[in-house]
Design a protein around this ligand. Sequence first.
Ligand code: HEC
Ligand code: HEC
Length: 292
Amino acid sequence: MKRFLKLLGAAFALAFVAAVATVLWAWKYTDAALARRHAPPSIGIAQDVRDAPLAAGERIVRVRNGCPDCHGKDLAGARVVDSPVVGKVYAPNLTPAGLGSWTDDQIAAAIRTGIRPDGRALVIMPSHEFQHLGRDDLAAVIAYLRSLPAIERKVPPVEVGPLPRVLYAFGKFPTLLPVETIDVSRGFDEKPHEAPTAAFGRYLASASCSGCHGSEFRGGPIPGAPPDWAAAASLRLGADSRWDLAGFMRTMREGRSALDGHALRAPMPVAVLGKMNDVELTALWQFLSTLR
Ligand code: HEC
Ligand code: HEC
């Protein structure tokens, strides 16, 4: 019995040392990635920003892409997570008090490629989704941010905790640093006319749903998500004949699955996406129904 306890003790000690060594290795590995500098692309968007309609920008920022979910209702900065395990992630001030000294191109590069003006990679900021915004839509977003009242607020710098570091180092959380998943020099997606068509639905789904539901919309666990988040559902609606347009609209607006009635859990952004209009939701349904 004594011998067994000794062996057990040794096994625990060994496991502990191995765990500490893994975290230390992941820490250094992630530090190296965080220190890497990336060359921001030159986009040349200033003229488009000057001509852009503010209402279109407001709709993308507040409804289609839910920037306030992270940056705060007033877009002046807010906490995303603050925990010893995940780290401190605050989304910064996007009002003129925060971005006033940035050029339009610098803001565009941050949104589209996840690269800051100093070449640092933005952490968590979902540029892998926003890279699919067409040129006019990105310009409208910037014009809208410029039109906001300047609100003074500073958020603490991002500190990445042990869990995302270990996941990142093992290749399980590539979108910790979205820039590393993006072809920085790729051109803009062509934006189809806004109409209840599959073409517009594909455009919307790429820019608004792919970050959680995956680029193929197959669903599954969201990379790097805290343990209490639900896995994303498959959005290949054509695979299940029960997904008719009315049921899809009801699901999106009421936040209850039309299939089994369960209340959709975090982080499905029902409060934001439920404000999509009939054209947007019909387009999404048209596109998602083509996927089997
Ligand atoms: C999932 C949360 C999340 C969402 C949604 C999000 N952001 Fe961010 N964003 C962040 C975080 C976190 C940072 C800071 C990252 C860092 O400092 O490494 C950031 C940084 C930025 C920056 C750089 C600002 C600076 O001072 O460094 C811009 C610009 C930006 N976001 C714009 C947007 C826009 C526009 C939208 C909506 C289209 C949006 N973000 C949606 C989390 C988010
Ligand atoms: C921030 C992450 C996130 C984003 C962005 C997101 N979803 Fe979801 N979605 C989820 C999660 C997680 C679930 C599963 C929730 C549950 O089952 O409780 C879900 C569930 C759903 C469901 C319910 C499926 C079912 O089986 O009942 C639909 C429909 C849906 N999402 C559509 C969309 C569409 C369309 C978009 C883009 C316009 C979108 N989602 C964007 C995370 C997200």
